[in-house]
Design a protein around this ligand. Structure first.
Ligand code: MN
Length: 739
């Protein structure tokens, strides 16, 4: 029997009364309007009187539970009342006008926000979900209290999720909680809600893992309780001796955070859970450092495990000192040292800043700023992603990226802190500072030295962005960044340049077509074709040509109706277009994926190769090496139609000289120790850089490898292949031509 679930299925607790709720609010806000709370309470009970929850409980128990949670976060009366009323408009005949009249505009607006959000949740389709998330972000950035009510609502629903009979529905809700609500809670620092949301989602999505971790944690708790008490006493005694007023307590590890570490770091359960964790709460930041001093002087600290989040807070305002020591009896101890205020912010984040200010109880942005930065600022990246446009799915994808990564902290040359997800590059950094800076980036200096844009930033790096004039994002930029903000901004730049590029390409194609027909090219002549090709401007026509929606024969048929010969001569087209006008720009790697030119995967052309382009309907030009096998297959499949889909291409001189491209090599290698090292050495000596390796085990003695190397041009690639051939353990090596 699942013990954790059984514990939850205890008899329903009595629903708190209006007096209970008022007393809870008055414990932190003595002047709270009890009458208003009571009226909201009675109104909700009355309106929901005919409804019950899946658990069989009266429905109003849910809204009261939500209001109690909001009171536990010490929020204002309006928010608590909004908690009571949050489902009335959605689920009963109550109207917004009625609420505004009875309880005031502020409360009505909050309930309106909740109603809109819950209406969005009714749909389970992916795109719908994505749209909802966009609206959620808009709503919460207007008033973060909407999110706090939503999070408490979601938490209570998660606590009672097991009453929902359908498993697929439970899973959908749990997944949405884990992917959207828990990260948002973390973002605004309400960790207390976040960890419980995560654990509850985890329990529902992976009950076996949850149960096994919970059970092992319980076992550890039992066997170690004496040791924990001893350590705790030893710590307290040491601090008392030093005259430091401190509260010391053991800290429970959360099942979901253990699971994540197991998954991510591939370490054993014991390595993670077997560490004692303590929290030391003191009265001032000064005392934090004094405490640290006392502890480090008494016990040995584990290097690399010390973090000072007081001088450099985490982006969600988290402040604390972290250290790991070899404590009494040689036990490893993890310690978090912080003040009461830091503790409050760490537990409840944005909610820690509701207080009395000039006679009013409300959000104190100044106090928040003083405690390490206004948490509401942490929602800004989502708004920025939103402002970059794109469809809802794209937004959701980018926002999730934004939410899910560990952080590194870097600095501008002026010392401004920029927090980025782990794995972020200078390009992410540039876009985090400003979209325009990102777009203008051509290089970066890290700690004073020029480094490639693909460099992964490390904590404490000082990053200086080198600006240039380029407006169009170069190839592969999307792959270089990890933040949602940067991805969204790059996608937007690509969308803009894509259009231009297709238009430019289309014009070249049109000129070709006229040339082949032996007619002088005049833009005015195109007018004849507008109606037939369903376009209204030359630009639209060029774009259609560029994107391959219209072929050059179709263009000619439309421009010169009835005048064209049967196309007997077209077999010579490929020769015919070998003229100087056919020089399409192909920057070495300077092409943007998803834009009008694509390098074919099968032969991965690099500068120096003889290349040719083929028009793919709706996708623009695909660039192949001229003797690529795929090309022959394509020609066969397309038959006659292939003839006017060839595009002659040449490399620009600069692509020939300095671009770095990716070349693909296939090799058969003896299955012996050291084989990989030998290959890597040979490639390195030939000044190549391996970016990707795939090995296919073929037999006990040999395996096939495919690897991608960065090269300058064809000659460079040939040199590397030649170098490989001289390796003892390499049987064959050659450039990949087709998959
Ligand atoms: Mn609700």
């Amino acid at each position: 029997m699942d013990t954790a679930l059984a514990a939850e299925r205890r008899p329903a607790e009595a629903i708190p009364t209006a007096d209970d709720l008022i007393a809870r609010v008055r414990s932190y806000h003595p002047g709270a309007d009890g009458d208003l709370i009571r009226r909201a309470y009675e109104f909700a009970r009355e309106k929901h009187s005919r409804q019950t929850r899946h658990s069989g409980e009266p429905y109003y128990g849910h809204v009261v539970a939500v209001a109690m949670m909001l009171a536990d976060l010490h929020l204002d009366v309006s928010t608590v009342c909004a908690g009571l009323l949050h489902d009335t408009v959605e689920d009963t005949e109550a109207t917004l006008e009625e609420l505004a009249e009875l309880f005031g505009e502020d409360i009505a607006r909050l309930v309106d926000g909740e109603t809109k959000l819950s209406q969005m949740e009714l749909s389970s389709k992916r795109t719908k979900q994505a749209e909802n998330f966009q609206k959620l972000v808009v709503a919460i950035t207007e008033d973060v209290r909407v999110l706090l009510v939503k999070l408490c609502d979601r938490l209570h629903n998660m606590r009672t999720l097991h009453h929902i009979p359908r498993q697929d529905k439970r899973e959908r809700i749990a997944r949405e909680t884990l992917e959207i609500y828990a990260p948002l809670a973390r973002r605004i620092g309400v960790n207390r809600l976040c960890t419980e949301l995560e654990d509850l989602s985890f329990r529902n999505l992976n009950p076996n893992a949850f149960e096994s971790i919970t059970r092992r944690l319980a076992a550890i708790r039992e066997t170690r309780s004496v040791a924990v008490a001893t350590v705790s006493a030893a710590l307290s005694a040491k601090l008392e001796e030093a005259g430091i007023d401190a509260r010391v307590f053991g800290r429970e590890k959360r099942p979901y955070s253990i699971w994540r570490k197991l998954e991510r770091k591939g370490v054993s359960f014991d390595e993670i859970a077997d560490i004692y964790a303590f929290r030391v709460i003191v009265t001032s930041p000064d005392d934090c450092y004094r405490t640290l001093g006392v502890i480090h002087q008494t016990w040995r600290c584990v290097p690399e495990r010390f973090h000072d989040y007081i001088s450099t807070p985490k982006p969600n305002n988290y402040r604390s000192l972290h250290t790991t020591i070899i404590g009494p009896s040689n036990i490893r101890l993890e310690l978090q040292i912080r003040t009461e205020e830091m503790e409050a912010v760490a537990e409840t984040g944005v909610a820690a800043h509701w207080r009395y200010k000039s006679g009013r109880y409300g959000y104190d942005a100044k106090a928040a700023q003083a405690a390490g930065g206004d948490p509401l600022e942490r929602l800004r990246p989502f708004v920025e992603i939103l402002e970059q446009g794109g469809d809802p799915d794209e937004f959701l994808e980018h926002a999730k990226l934004e939410m899910f990564a560990d952080q590194v902290y870097c600095f501008t040359p002026k010392g401004e802190l920029i927090a980025l997800p782990g794995g972020a590059t200078p390009l992410d950094f540039a876009f985090a500072v400003h979209t325009e800076l990102g777009a203008a980036t051509v290089g970066a200096k890290i700690n004073g030295r020029e480094r490639p844009l693909r460099t992964r930033l490390k904590n404490g790096d000082v990053v200086e962005i080198i600006k240039g004039g380029a407006r169009q994002p170069p190839a592969g930029w999307e792959e270089l960044v990890v933040t949602g903000r940067a991805k969204a901004a790059i996608r937007k730049l690509i969308r803009a340049s894509e259009h231009e590029e297709f238009v430019r390409l289309g014009r070249v194609i049109a000129e070709h077509a006229f040339l082949r027909e032996g007619k002088p090219f005049r833009e005015t002549a195109l007018k004849n074709a507008y109606e037939r090709l369903d376009v209204k401007t030359p630009e639209a026509l060029y774009e259609a040509l560029g994107r391959g929606r219209v072929s050059s024969s179709e263009l000619l048929d439309a421009v010169f109706p009835g005048q064209r010969e049967s196309r007997a001569e077209t077999t010579a087209d490929r020769e015919l277009i070998q003229d100087e006008k056919g020089e399409l720009y192909v920057h070495g790697s300077g092409l943007t994926p998803g834009v009008s030119l694509h390098f074919a995967d099968c032969c991965s052309p690099i500068p120096g190769d003889r290349i040719v382009g083929i028009m793919r309907r709706g996708r623009g030009v695909e660039v192949h090496v001229i003797d690529c096998e795929k090309l022959a297959v394509w020609e066969e499949e397309e038959g006659d139609a292939a003839n006017d889909r060839w595009i002659d291409l040449k490399w620009t001189p600069e692509a020939q000289s300095n671009a770095v491209s990716i070349g693909r090599i296939v090799a058969t290698v003896r299955n012996e120790p050291g084989a990989l090292a030998e290959i890597a050495g040979a490639v390195g000596e030939a000044r190549g850089n391996i970016t990707h390796i795939k090995t296919n085990l073929r037999s006990r003695d040999f395996f096939d490898m495919v690897f991608d190397v960065e090269v300058f041009d064809v000659r460079h690639l040939s040199n590397i292949v030649a170098a490989l051939k001289t390796c003892d353990r390499v049987v064959t090596a050659e450039r990949a031509r087709s998959e």
